[in-house]
Ligand binder design. Sequence first.
Ligand code: FAD
Length: 348
Amino acid sequence: MNSLSDEPSPHATDVAIIGAGPVGLFAVFECGMLGMRCHVIDALPEIGGQCRALYPEKPIYDIPAWPVISGGELIDKLAAQMAPFNPVTHLGEQVSALEETNAGWRLKTSSGVEINARAVVIAAGVGAFGPKRPPLDGLDICEAQGPGLGVKYSVGRIEDFRGKRVVIGGGGDSAVDWANVLADVAASVALVHRRGKFRAQPESVRRLHELASAGRVDLVTPYQLAGLDVSNGRLAAVRVADLDGNGKTLAADVLLPFYGLAQELGPILDWRLGMGQDGITVDPRTMSTDRSGIFAVGDVADYPGKLKLILSGFAESAAAAHAAHGIVFPEKALHFEYSTTKGVPAAD
Ligand code: FAD
């Protein structure tokens, strides 16, 4: 799999697939089998959709021919299956706009990447994943600060946090693990959680309490984030309050809120596609939406009798790829062939 290609934007491809969940990944394979090149775009920093973001270690029992397989393993296998077709992936990019062009469609992402495609397959699940943002005044200003400063939802380079006063919000694995790691480089680490108990791996929680006893992590419990003090466009302090409303102020260079992921269809709702109760309305024979050249598959697709299962999404991907072939190659007839007859190219 190629990561974000080195070609300058705008990119050009046969099919742009929005969403790198299990169904989007299988759509790459199905398109590849019919000779169509794909770009895949996902808001998350890694492929896998719900399987990898929400349940990487949970067993799945209803994938045909796999009596049991974990969410993470399924994604590894789908990545290997699509690899021979060298899709270009754009990760950490939300597709924010979709515009019609003379030759098909142009997608624009949150950071300004543009992709021209003959056809588009929307495999967006129940929407783009993003961090749950705490509802605090001044958040936008702090989110715009540089590396290791203001409000950040991931750590990236640990070095950016050296000598900084770090406040972490949350009580799960991310909050506890990063408190433990950043204690080694930060000037101070305060961990704010609304309960005294943390929901993280026991070994990480043990290490956290060891660091707290040594005075290297300040456990601010039971408190919740209550406000941000912003001075000259920079985060200066984080205000916290307990359930009785008693507050205190923690001097801070950076706040890391780790409250999990939220999903929302967001910009897709503005693309003037027919919508049903449960997502984008499609013709289940072809997975076409009501806009020519745009298909929807997986959890985001709605038709009578739809089952929101991975295996249904796989079959839908095959139907969408066969229908997209007529749009990408209008001059070529499509002769149905089994994979056993056709084979697949060797992976690079
Ligand atoms: P998703 O997996 O939701 O992936 C969609 C991707 O699209 C996401 O990564 C998202 O970030 C991205 N995206 C959305 N909008 C944009 C945008 N505008 N720009 C860029 N990226 C975007 N199903 C089963 O069949 N069997 C099971 O046993 C099973 N167990 C489950 C257990 C749990 C705990 C959960 C939560 C779900 C389970 N499911 C199960 C459901 C299954 O995970 C979903 O049906 C499946 O993930 C749908 O795949 P998808 O590719 O359509 O969407």
